[in-house]
Design a protein around this ligand. Structure first.
Ligand code: NAD
Ligand code: UFG
Length: 342
């Protein structure tokens, strides 16, 4: 199958490329590298011994996007490109709406021009907002609590309306829980710019000595040990979910939202302990105040993913930590320390 992948150089995109190319699909990546490096694509080529087409451009440039999609004439699109930092979305909301909502509209327009009717979209569990009940199932009310989450909820709505209005269209909205870990080779992984916003890359940077200690954002939540509980999902499992969603989109019409998680919650302290077992030394922590907007617990109902996609997570927390550590210790400065061709 020919698959057009926006944001393919990013963290989840690069891992999905490995699975797509390994499965024999033909790929075109569309990325402006605003939060990624061409080194990631070079490493994907090395890992798979396969080549891919690459267009360096912005999804906000509707003409470039339409040219990219029509030239490649894909059977399906996977749409990763977007901005994802919750805090930053409070400071520059219009850039978030422009990239995540207008960029998605540009993409659907480009797909119309090219006659492509299948899309798999990177959504987020953040669209649910405060939990009315747990686990979150796909019928849980949508009430995001920050601009980033609202852009994802809006993009979901735009895609659903497009699918309703487009004969034979098929859209799968994958609501990711907390992607972590790296490819088993340790050659690609998450390379956050500056201070990591998320827990796992922060722990990894403390473990390698790039940061002194982890601040735990509150230990007075109503959870097993008082720290926040999340549904961490191995990025390679998540990548496989995209291949399953592509298969599903070939057989189903309409628009479906599907959670992608393991169904199991892990607390901050449990994740730190698992990482300590992996790296073999203690990870210094200090208890700080709660982070505004954080919830106590979030984990997925996974029945729909199993029933619709025939997919379920294979990797556990030990695999997530081991692969993260292999990536972090082999690439202490992420992709930054490597020349572009390596
Ligand atoms: P990432 O930042 O590593 O990857 C995003 C990619 O999109 C990058 O390569 C970036 O350069 C590219 N991009 C951004 N804006 C662009 C633009 N205007 N034009 C062209 N390319 C652009 O992020 P990721 O973690 O791989 O996330 C991928 C998608 O999954 C995002 O849409 C994100 O919102 C969503 N998501 C991520 C998480 C997570 O925790 N990582 C959770 C839920 C949903
Ligand atoms: N945490 C700390 N210290 C840190 C970072 C995080 O204690 O330095 C805690 C948080 O308070 C929370 C847990 O670790 O309890 C996980 O926090 P993350 O920031 O890693 O993840 P979130 O669940 O807050 O949010 C992430 C993404 C969102 C996405 C959501 C669901 O940042 O964009 O997962 O997919 F929407």
């Amino acid at each position: 199958m020919k698959v057009f992948v926006t944001g393919g150089a990013g963290y989840i995109g690069s891992h999905t490329l490995v699975q797509l190319l390994t499965a024999g699909h033909e790929v075109c990546v569309f990325d402006n590298y605003c939060n990624s490096s061409p080194v990631a694509l070079a490493r994907v080529r090395q890992l798979t011994n396969r080549d891919m087409r690459v267009v360096e451009a912005d999804i906000c440039d509707a003409d470039a996007l339409t040219r990219g999609v029509t030239d490649f004439a894909p059977d399906a699109v996977i749409h990763f490109a977007g901005l994802k930092a919750v805090g930053e979305s409070n400071d520059i909301p219009l850039r978030y709406y422009q990239t995540n909502v207008s960029g998605t509209m540009n993409l659907l327009g480009a797909m119309d021009a090219a006659g492509c009717r299948r899309i798999v979209f990177s959504s987020s569990a953040t669209v649910y907002g405060e939990a009315h009940y747990l686990p979150f199932d796909e019928n849980h009310p949508i009430a995001p609590t920050n601009p980033y989450g609202r852009t994802k909820a809006m993009a979901e709505g735009v895609i659903a309306d497009w699918a309703r209005a487009t004969p034979d269209a098929s859209a799968v909205l994958l609501r990711y829980f907390n992607p972590v870990g790296a490819h088993e080779s340790g050659r690609i992984g998450e390379d956050p710019d500056g201070i990591p916003n998320n827990l796992m890359p922060f722990i990894a940077q403390v473990a390698i000595g790039r940061r002194e200690k982890l601040a735990i954002f509150g230990d007075d939540y109503d959870t097993r040990d008082g720290t926040g509980e999340r549904d961490y999902i191995h990025v390679v499992d998540l990548a496989d979910a995209h291949l399953a969603a592509l298969g599903y989109s070939g057989a189903a019409q309409g628009c479906e939202a599907i959670n992608i998680g393991t169904g199991t919650g892990i607390t901050v302290r449990e994740l730190v302990a698992a990482y300590e077992r992996t790296c073999g030394h203690p990870i210094p922590v200090e208890i700080g105040p709660r982070r505004p907007g954080d919830v106590a617990s979030s984990y997925a109902a996974t029945k729909k993913a199993t029933n619709s996609l025939g997919w379920c997570a294979k990797f556990g927390i030990e695999d997530m930590c081991a692969s993260s550590w292999r990536w972090q210790s082999g690439n202490p400065d992420g992709f930054g320390d490597a020349p572009h061709s390596s």
